[in-house]
Design a protein around this ligand. Structure first.
Ligand SMILES: [Zn+2]
Length: 238
């Protein structure tokens, strides 16, 4: 047996990925640059062995790489906290429209109750929350989930864009981001429009007749029923 094959089989027996990688690189260089290395004759007489060593070492390295990636991914998913989430009664799950403090544009407010639990021995801290397909407009106060017996939490989340349509229920999943930046999505939650009564708006329009967004007068028919302030339907849903 030739030198390269013997070396190769020894490397296989030890199964050191560094040695195999060395063989892969060396055989590759010999195949590509025999002239520069002044081994043209030797490379020609051993060509078959060199090609086999190159392909096999390459295949072993690829297997090693894929196994490593697979192990890393599995470890990552095992480390992720298994956060359980049970939404509170849908009677208390509502959406409405408010004013985004910085841009003074309309934003959607989601209100609901959630029960959180997990089996870890440390506390999970929820740093951010949003409806899937939207982004949070103001920071959430940290929600600390101690473990398996926490009280339910009432949530108030401001998001953009306004995915709900006037007078219609909104169905979507809330996503909670923990201190490890892992995301946990709830089951589908139905949010009812939080409509205020016509009487309430009639009284409101007496004292505050102008739209919060365009500053023009609003009639009772033009008033958005889900808005927490005087606002045209057309100024919220352009
Ligand atoms: Zn307006």
């Amino acid at each position: 047996m030739g030198g390269p094959v013997e070396t190769f089989i020894n490397a296989l027996a030890k199964y050191s990925w560094r040695t195999v990688f060395g063989i892969f690189v060396a055989t590759g260089i010999i195949l590509l640059f025999p002239r520069q290395l002044d081994v043209v004759n030797w490379a020609r007489s051993n060509h078959g062995y060199i090609v086999i060593a190159f392909i096999l070492s390459g295949a072993i390295e690829l297997t090693h790489l894929l196994t490593t990636i697979h192990t890393l991914l599995r470890k990552r998913s095992e480390r992720r906290v298994d956060l359980r989430m049970v939404p509170g009664s849908s009677i208390h799950s509502t959406w409405s429209v408010s004013v985004e403090p910085l841009s003074k544009k309309p934003m959607m407010i989601l209100i609901c109750r959630m029960n959180f639990a997990h089996y870890e021995s440390f506390s999970l801290i929820i740093k951010n929350a949003y409806l899937r397909g939207t982004r949070a407009t103001f920071p959430l106060a940290d929600i600390v989930v101690e473990g398996s017996c926490d009280d339910s939490t009432s949530l108030c989340i401001g998001v953009l864009p306004i995915k709900a349509k006037p007078g219609k229920e909104l169905v979507g999943r809330l996503v909670f981001v923990d201190q490890f930046n892992d995301r946990h999505a709830t089951e589908r939650i139905t949010f009812r429009p939080n409509t205020l009564s016509a009487d309430w708006f009639a009284a409101r329009l007496q004292t505050s007749p102008n739209c919060a967004f365009c500053d023009k007068p609003v009639t009772l028919e033009e008033q958005a029923q889900e808005a927490q302030m005087t606002a045209h339907i057309s100024c919220i849903w352009r």
